[in-house]
Design a protein around this ligand. Structure first.
Ligand code: NAP
Length: 244
């Protein structure tokens, strides 16, 4: 594979879809992971190919350690390397702490935090072998300031920041940078479920007076993946219109 390669988890919908499309348009052979949204992932790949880019879709559940190990072996076996890993897959199961079910806490931690660990764990050895790579983890403002009703989600996204900072120290000497992006309020299906009242409340705290768009995050990923960002590691880039 002469082209640079990138894997985006949860790339069928929302922010991940735009990240995958932007990386592919920038010349990366892009692997679009999905868990359930096969049709959406295929559509995103079609958009990439129609624009002259290249890539493939790949189904696996990021929370499944063995499935991720298998996917990593398959990708490296066929393509020889992975240059950029974007950990975007994420879920919410919001409710107040007092009422939060054990399974809803576990599910959010498994996908958001352990899922990020799983891909980093299985791909970092190949990045080290290749003497370079970029790992970009999508955290959240919720993991920095904490949000009422999101104890599980805030904990998972704060965990992603700890994971990012520790891995940056371990992998820096091997030429691998590890950074996180903490989006604020971005318009996707994840935030579409919020009531109009909650949306208005969030927007009133955004100095730039608009919700973020998927491109705002994809552009930050493009920068962190670029040669120009080669001296940035262990950082959390907040893309939130000034909310924090
Ligand atoms: P979204 O529209 O709900 O999309 C979530 C994506 O994650 C889907 O593509 C989904 O794929 C994938 N996913 C979920 N569980 C998965 C699993 N076990 N394995 C593989 N993929 C899985 O959400 P979004 O708004 O684009 O969010 C993307 C990321 O940004 C998340 O990490 C989220 O926490 C973070 N974020 C979002 C906002 C926001 O305001 N939207 C703010 C801060 C941070 P399937 O459909 O195939 O399951």
């Amino acid at each position: 594979m002469d082209k640079k390669t990138a894997l985006v988890t949860g790339a069928g919908r929302g922010i991940g879809r735009q990240i995958a499309i932007s990386l592919a348009k920038a010349g990366y052979y892009t692997i679009l992971n999905y868990a359930h949204s096969a049709a959406a992932a295929e559509e995103a790949l079609k958009e990439i190919k129609d624009a002259g880019g290249d890539g493939e879709t790949m189904q696996f559940d990021v929370a499944d350690f063995k499935a991720v190990e298998q996917a990593a072996g398959d990708i490296i076996g066929r393509l020889g390397k992975l240059d950029v890993l974007v950990n975007n897959a994420g879920i919410t199961k919001d409710t107040l702490l007092m009422a939060m079910k054990e399974e809803d806490f576990d599910a959010v931690i498994s996908t958001n935090l352990k899922g990020t660990f799983n891909t980093m764990r299985h791909f970092c050895r190949y990045m080290i072998k290749n003497k370079g790579g970029r790992i970009i983890n999508i955290s959240s403002i919720s993991g920095i300031i904490g949000n009422a009703g999101q104890a599980n989600y805030s904990a998972s996204k704060a965990g992603v920041i700890g994971l990012t900072r520790a891995a940056a120290k371990e992998l820096g000497g091997k030429g691998v940078t590890v950074n996180a992006i903490a989006p604020g309020y971005i318009q996707t299906e994840m935030t579409e479920v919020l009531s109009d009242k909650v949306k208005e409340g969030i927007l009133s705290t955004v100095p730039l007076k608009r919700a973020g768009e998927v491109d705002d995050i994809a552009n930050t990923v493009l920068f962190l993946a670029s040669d120009e960002a080669g001296y940035i590691t262990g950082q959390v880039i907040e893309v939130n219109g000034g909310m924090h």
